[in-house]
Write a protein that binds this ligand. Structure first.
Ligand SMILES: [Zn+2]
Length: 117
């Protein structure tokens, strides 16, 4: 049984996986606090994969030109597929008490729609 609770709100079972720039990708689903992966009870191989995955966030955006890279939409789809898989792995390691919601990235689609109005 894994004992973890959010330092901020006390929630002990609801997590969200969502990538953002320069922050660990696991969040408290209730209050939205970022969770420090370092202290979170997952295997180090899963933590490594989560950090690698998090580092790929936004690689579909070219910040020099503030536009989508070629294949940006596909890159984001792939990223979201991997995110879903990682959410399943987190659930697998934490057990049934926990829920892990994957919140997919939409920034590539937003850029795409903005530039194709
Ligand atoms: Zn919380």
């Amino acid at each position: 049984m894994i004992n973890w609770k959010c330092e901020n709100c006390g929630n002990n079972s609801k997590l969200k996986l969502e990538a953002e720039f320069a922050v660990d990708p696991i969040w408290c689903e209730d209050c939205g606090s970022a969770i420090d992966l370092y202290t979170f009870p997952l295997t180090s191989s899963l933590k490594e994969d989560l950090l690698k995955w998090g580092n790929d966030y936004g690689k579909w955006i070219d910040f020099e030109t503030d536009s989508l890279v070629i294949n940006g939409i596909e890159l984001e789809e792939e990223f979201n597929k991997n995110g879903n898989k990682l959410a399943e792995r987190i659930k697998g390691e934490l057990g049934e008490k926990f829920t892990v919601t994957y919140s997919p990235s939409t920034s590539a689609s937003m850029y795409y729609n903005y530039n194709n109005l």
